[in-house]
Design a protein around this ligand. Structure first.
Ligand SMILES: [Zn+2]
Length: 328
């Protein structure tokens, strides 16, 4: 492991190319507008001053190298359709800018992982990362390529012990499916009633109660909170997840820090009532365990449907709390 005695800046992957990911109009017109990434990074630059470096994933792009990395987790037809033909089921027709933005999001995570493995940072953040619904052979749920599954395999290949934690309000089904036979632990905290409805993660027969759907032989853990469950439900799951993480003692934590469980109007009708205090509690758990186990941390934004205000503020607070604790 690298020398961690000297303070390293927060490593962020962000570039204007992310703004080309347009499922609707600009400026908050679609609930998943990547303007949230731009605002989150601006907040972090302001708050962390000289302790943050922002890298543009669009620079020095090498599409052949990207394809080689994608091939580790995705099928040939899915890669070819998006990268060569600019076609995918997430959009209609051939849209080069969408395909290249989606690829840049993936590349951002690739570069963040290289930085972490190279000892250039201990904490890295890709606000348009953690595209957790993407499957081997198809995109899903606004997610084109599964950067976190790729990252977990890359860390494992480097001899480290990665663990994936996902508190996006939707189950991290793509990551689970891609890692379920690898032995890498995947932990997901989500609303059991929402998309995607993976029966290995959500029990639709038990929606009246908080419940777990663990697959212990696959090292997969799932905590299902309720519609309108607030911080109490979130903290229940976070406390249980902390025990599982403690048992694995990972030296890499991959975090899908979805902000879509936040209370209030969100454009997609998602009914959950987490507050800032809940997200801060969750961030502190990750920071504490990462500190205890001398772990490096990769954070991806995943979902968040209040793009102009709550989503970027939650991401900024979560990232700042984890970074600050680990850079003391
Ligand atoms: Zn989500």
């Amino acid at each position: 492991m690298q020398d961690r005695t000297k303070k390293q800046p927060l490593w962020v992957e962000y570039g204007e190319i992310y703004l080309d990911w347009l499922l609707g109009g600009r400026s908050g017109a679609h609930p998943s507008d990547p303007i949230r990434a731009k605002i989150a990074v601006e907040k972090l630059v302001e708050r962390l001053k000289g302790s943050i470096v922002v890298h543009d994933p669009a620079l020095n792009a090498d599409f052949e190298a990207d394809k080689a990395e994608l091939a580790k987790i995705h099928g040939e037809a899915h890669i070819h359709g998006a990268i060569d033909d600019y076609v995918d089921s997430l959009w209609s027709g051939s849209r080069e800018s969408m395909a290249k933005a989606g690829l840049a999001m993936f590349r951002g995570t690739v570069r963040a992982v290289r930085a972490l493995l190279g000892g250039k940072a201990r904490v890295a953040f890709n606000p348009q990362g953690a595209k957790h619904h993407a499957m081997r052979d198809n995109s899903s749920g606004f997610c084109l390529f599964n950067d976190m599954a790729w990252a977990a395999l890359e860390f494992e290949a480097a001899g480290l012990k990665p663990l994936y934690l996902d508190w996006d309000i939707h189950a991290g089904d793509g990551v689970y499916e891609l890692l379920r036979n690898t032995g890498i632990p995947t932990l997901s905290i989500h609303n059991g009633s929402l998309f995607p409805g993976n029966p290995n993660m959500q029990d639709r027969g038990r929606l009246s109660e908080r419940h777990t759907v663990h697959q212990l032989d696959e090292h997969a853990y799932n905590w299902n909170v309720l519609d309108d469950d607030g911080d109490e439900g979130f903290k229940w799951a976070i406390d249980e997840a902390a025990k599982v993480i403690e048992g694995y003692a990972p030296n890499v934590i991959l975090l899908a820090a979805g902000a879509d469980g936040h209370e209030g109007q969100n454009g997609l009708g998602i009914r959950n009532q987490y507050t800032y205090a809940g997200f801060e509690y969750a961030a502190d758990m990750v920071a504490e365990l990462a500190e205890k186990h001398n772990a490096i941390v990769l954070i991806g934004g995943s979902g968040g449907y209040q793009p102009l205000d709550h989503t970027p503020e939650i991401w900024a607070r979560v990232v700042e709390r984890i970074y600050s604790r680990l850079s003391d």
